[in-house]
Design a protein around this ligand. Structure first.
Ligand SMILES: Cc1ncc(COP(=O)(O)O)c(C=O)c1O
Length: 373
């Protein structure tokens, strides 16, 4: 087993999936070598998705001491979260591979909506697996997926959240691998998925770096992002990994801190840092935000943690809710509950120059937040 991120990554999948992963890797390398792939994505980003997204300097949310806390506004991307960057790229890739059926998993529903959106745009069949607990708490996104023509299949076992939805999506893929592309929604899964998602989300970091330098004449001291599977975080971190003076801070949900309290184990096709017992049995996660409520994380983050290049901390449900309310009232921006975790830690920092990835908007979370107030 060749691992791809130090002792993490790899492919821990049934034999039947290896040819599909090989085909995907070949298709991905060819796409990367073909300038028309990048040009197509750039064009779609500008004319369909709303790239570049702006950078907003907060004025009231940051404490008086801090001069520059900037938000990278992925909440303003079409469909309301960073997930579209990845869904668009993988949909273009799937078509290059001749696949007309897409299967996906979703937690917060943002990846499901992004996938349903690109399938509508390109005329692809779309099946999205979603835990029934997540369908309850992210109702508006379920309705959006239906409107977009996707089939949303409820998953009723276990915690009825993202972990089980991912298992079901993988089962579907194994059964229909000839016709189907598995459009995974985060920087997780077997090789080459974490690399593909990293590259497709790297646009966040490229833009943010340029915008921050234009605004402040320097790099941020620290870049902060929430971490579920880790795609928005790796997207924004990627542009700063070589800048040793820029700290990278990932924020997990306290009840789903795969990097904070996890151990090396295999989940959903890759080895990473996972909430698991001594025998490698996966433990249940909990978070108010469906998008962070997952016991695993992308292997690249486990490697960045071990090398010390990035630090990972956590925020509780209550801290995220407080940051959600404050950003809403003080800046006129309603964030998703996922990036509210990043905001909760970012606002406590002593640094003057802070960049936060505001990965999505909070419309989907209103019922959940109102129920808690
Ligand atoms: C707005 C938003 N941010 C963050 C996440 C967490 O995912 P990731 O860690 O892959 O960015 C989600 C997941 O659904 C989300 O909807």
């Amino acid at each position: 087993m060749t691992l791809t991120y130090g002792k993490y990554g790899g492919r821990f999948v049934p034999e039947t999936l290896i040819p599909a992963l090989d085909e995907l890797e070949t298709g991905w390398r060819e796409a990367q070598a073909d300038p028309s792939f990048a040009a197509d994505l750039d064009h779609l980003g500008r004319t369909y998705a709303g790239r570049p997204t702006p950078l907003t300097r907060t004025s009231r949310f940051a404490t008086a001491k801090r001069r520059a806390l900037h938000l990278k506004r992925e909440d303003l991307l079409h469909t309301g979260a960073h997930k579209l960057n990845n869904a668009l790229g993988q949909a273009v890739l799937a078509q290059r591979l001749g696949k007309r059926r897409i299967v996906a998993e979703t937690g917060a529903g943002q990846h499901g909506v992004a996938t349903a959106t690109v399938c509508a745009k390109f005329g692809l069949e779309c099946v999205v697996y979603m835990g029934s607990e997540d369908m309850r708490r992210q109702r508006p996104n379920v309705e959006r997926m239906h409107l977009l023509g996707a089939q949303v299949r409820p998953v009723e076992f276990g915690t009825r959240t993202l972990k089980e939805a991912t298992s079901e999506a993988i089962r579907d893929w194994i059964t229909n691998v000839e016709t189907t592309h598995y459009l995974i929604g985060s920087a997780v899964g077997p090789h080459p998925y974490p690399e593909i998602v990293h590259e497709l989300q790297a646009v966040i970091g490229r833009e943010a770096r340029e915008q921050f330098v234009a605004a402040e004449g320097r790099l941020p001291e620290v870049v902060v992002a929430c971490v579920g599977g880790g795609s928005n975080a790796i997207g924004i971190f990627s542009a700063f990994i070589d800048d040793a003076e820029v700290r990278l801070l990932g924020v997990e949900a306290a009840g789903a801190a795969s990097l904070g309290t996890g151990r090396a184990a295999v989940l959903h096709g890759a080895r990473s840092s996972v909430l698991a017992d001594e025998d490698g049995q996966i433990l249940d996660a909990h978070s108010i935000s469906a998008g962070l409520d997952y016991p695993g994380v992308g292997p690249e983050h486990a490697s960045l943690r071990d090398s010390g290049r990035a630090q990972y901390v956590h925020a509780t449900d209550d801290e995220a809710l407080a940051a959600f309310r404050d950003l809403t009232r003080l800046e006129g921006i309603i964030p998703a509950l996922e990036p509210a975790h990043a905001l909760a830690r970012a606002r406590e920092l002593d640094d003057e120059y802070v960049l936060v990835c505001l990965s999505g908007r909070g419309d989907k979370d209103l019922a959940e937040v109102l129920a808690r107030t």
